[in-house]
Design a protein around this ligand. Structure first.
Ligand SMILES: [Zn+2]
Length: 142
């Protein structure tokens, strides 16, 4: 059986720890790739570690203004690059495709809270890249 990579992407406000845990228990991945943000990413990191699974956090590099991505008004004075999260998400797509090309089974789980644009864009990028994507949704309740 092929090794399995589970990619986790999602909102910082994702409220449902149990759904992340349950998803990991259903997938039983060999490796969990995530963006190391607060919310769904960290929930996945904790859940995977608790189960002895390997994780690969890919944090966004907020401090560098990659000229291919940056759209900051003034990169010389801007403390954080607004495109860093987007750039990191694309790096995750490339990593997932690379792992898939090496013969792994790859599945993306997106934990999408309250219509977050970042998660929506990532889901689109993953689908465009031909990755298998499962979307979990929660809306803000009040
Ligand atoms: Zn920038």
């Amino acid at each position: 059986m092929a090794a399995k990579l589970m990619v986790v992407t999602g909102s910082r406000e994702w409220p449902d720890d149990a759904e992340v845990e349950m998803t990991i228990d259903v997938e039983v991945p060999d490796l969990v790739l995530h963006g190391n943000a607060r919310g769904a990413d960290r929930m996945a990191e904790t859940a995977a570690r608790r189960r002895g699974m390997a994780t690969l956090p890919m944090p966004a590099d907020w401090k560098s203004h990659d000229p291919d991505w940056c759209r900051c008004d003034d990169p010389l004075t801007a403390k954080f690059c607004k495109q860093a999260g987007h750039r990191r998400n694309w790096d995750m797509v490339l990593k997932a495709k690379e792992v898939e090309a090496a013969g792994w089974d790859v599945v993306v789980h997106a934990f999408w809270f309250d219509g977050s644009r970042g998660t929506e864009n990532m889901v689109k990028s993953c689908i465009d890249a031909g990755l298998r994507v499962v979307v979990h949704r929660h809306e803000r309740s009040s």
